[in-house]
Design a protein around this ligand. Structure first.
Ligand SMILES: [Zn+2]
Length: 277
């Protein structure tokens, strides 16, 4: 998947996508103006204390609304300013939560390090949502057997039970995308592995989110596509789609270098927007 294909979809988009009902209620509580920010800038910022004025909204949010109110992904199928949106108070909330879990687990963790872990947890989860959109896009533009509206079909309101299932499956895959990476240093700080508090946090999330344990390299694809639309995909197509997901869900996709890689230049970086409440 390359820049021109994404731009083409942005230009021909048909209306915005509905937020989750929970996000809809939540996101009107504070300033929502996004500012584009680089990965490096995001890592340098400190959001300690930003959740305090919104205590009543954020306190139970991870359990009731889950992490998609702490940060969320706007798809290029419905938004010109598509990308990962990070809420400062959301990072603060998650950092405090991770500190609390670390204390229970007798893990020594500083506030600065907890915030670093929180930012990476949120980025990897939202990159999962981005990679899901990429997989659907690949299905839509396949010249041999295009699946029209593959992405839209899995998230339009209406057939509620089905859409809830699509939603929960995708969230499980996005949290699996967080879990997929721990050995590759995303949750290591000064050579120590801090994935335990993150994993612990993910198991307290709503249904779907906490099912990440059931997702594997073998079944993630069937959890994010609508097999009633696609039918049984030829194995070659499946392998190609799995590759797209893996390539576009990496943390490197928010760093400029991945856009210009010599072997496979993608031509774009997944934008990060910061929302200062
Ligand atoms: Zn999510």
């Amino acid at each position: 998947m390359h820049r021109e294909q994404i731009d083409n979809i942005v230009e021909n988009r048909r209306g915005r996508f509905p937020f989750l009902e929970c996000q809809e209620r939540f996101l009107h509580q504070f300033n929502q103006v996004p500012h584009e920010i680089t990965y490096d800038e995001l890592m340098r910022q400190n959001f300690e204390g930003t959740a305090h004025p919104f205590h009543q909204f954020f306190q139970d949010a991870p359990e009731t609304c889950s992490v998609d109110v702490l940060a969320y992904y706007l798809p290029f199928h419905g938004n010109a300013n598509w990308g990962i949106h990070i809420v400062d108070a959301g990072v603060d909330t998650l950092a405090m939560r991770i500190l609390h879990i670390a204390e229970i687990l007798h893990i020594d963790l500083s506030r600065v390090d907890a915030e670093y872990l929180a930012k990476h947890k949120l980025l990897l989860h939202e990159l999962g949502h981005h990679a899901v959109e990429i997989v659907h896009t690949a299905l839509e533009i396949d010249p041999n057997r295009p699946i029209r509206d593959s992405y839209r079909a899995t998230r339009l309101p209406g057939r509620l039970a089905q859409n809830q299932r699509f939603h929960e499956n995708e969230e499980a895959v996005c949290n699996w995308n967080v879990k997929r990476h721990p050995n590759k240093s995303k949750f290591k700080i000064r050579a120590l592995d801090y994935f335990n508090p993150i994993e612990n946090f993910m198991t307290t999330q709503p249904p779907g989110y906490r099912r990440f344990h059931e997702i594997t390299n073998r079944n993630f694809l069937e959890n994010i596509i609508d097999t009633r639309l696609t039918g049984v995909l030829p194995q070659q197509n499946q392998i190609q789609l799995e590759r797209e997901f893996v390539q576009h869900s990496r943390l490197s996709r928010v760093k400029p270098r991945s856009a210009i890689g010599w072997d496979n230049p993608i031509g774009f970086v997944v934008p990060i927007y910061l929302i200062r409440t």
